[in-house]
Design a protein around this ligand. Structure first.
Ligand code: ZN
Length: 249
């Protein structure tokens, strides 16, 4: 394994513009479940809990299940911290090795670890929004029930099933991908579209490096593949990097 970590470190070091693309596997070491593995969220809960259909059309009782689901996820988030994946990527950005992070995660852990340029493709769980009037609220509002202004149903500011990605975030992520000559895809099954079209594009223009426990549909396009725990892989690459670049003060 050591040789491949050395190769990835060298590619990262030589890249003009390197970006990271992260998925649920980047946050599992923080104690957050992913979505589609055997212990994933959508194996335990129906996807309808995260659908626009339920939000807009379901009877009150079903909507209340949705609200409870998101309250539980917000509570879970309060108990977790960034893990080595988030910390190492933040350090790489600080050291000028990484131009930014495109993430499918809605947990805010990249930002909490200190990453500055983050494009959260699927939104942010910590921001609450009223589906009727569009006003934004702090996470606590979700516990109170309906919108304090208009009485509309509250929802997290995330992309639900049946909804489009936020345009500005998508455009920023696409721009960054077009500039990139290297993309590190970390902890993503690379199966969810349109998000996965970004690493696909990156592979056409430059080097795509995939770090994921399980094989992905884009493995054939990758420059290097590490089927390994994301935290362990990044730590090993980071060790190789520090042999080349002394850590900055
Ligand atoms: Zn409202």
């Amino acid at each position: 394994m050591a040789a491949i970590h050395e190769e990835v470190a060298l590619a990262l070091w030589q890249a003009e513009t390197a970006v990271a693309f992260t998925g649920a596997g980047s946050s599992t070491a923080s104690g957050l479940p992913d979505f589609r593995s055997t212990r994933g969220l959508w194996r335990q809960f129906p996807e309808a809990l995260a659908s626009r259909e339920t939000l807009e059309h379901a009877l009150e009782e079903r909507y209340e299940e949705m609200r409870a689901f998101y309250l539980w996820r917000l509570e879970t988030l309060q108990k977790v911290d960034p893990n080595p994946v988030h910390r190492i990527l933040a350090q790489w950005e600080q050291r000028g090795l990484l131009a930014g992070i495109i993430t499918q995660n809605v947990d805010g852990l990249h930002q909490r670890a200190g990453s500055q340029k983050v494009f959260p493709l699927h939104g942010d769980l910590h921001t609450i929004r009223c589906q009727r009037c569009g006003r934004f609220f702090r996470p606590e509002a979700m516990a109170q029930g309906s919108c304090p202004v208009c009485g509309g149903r509250l929802r997290p500011h995330v992309v639900l099933f049946g909804e489009a990605l936020p345009r500005d975030v998508w455009d920023g992520a696409l721009d960054l991908t077009r500039q990139a000559d290297l993309m590190l895809a970390v902890g993503s099954s690379l199966q969810v579209y349109p998000a996965a079209s970004l690493p696909r594009l990156a592979a056409q223009k430059g080097k795509l490096i995939i770090i994921n426990q399980e094989p992905t549909p884009l493995d054939d396009l990758a420059f290097r593949i590490l089927h390994q725990d994301a935290g362990e892989a990044l730590a090993a690459i980071d060790r190789e990097l520090s042999l080349r670049i002394p850590p900055s003060n």
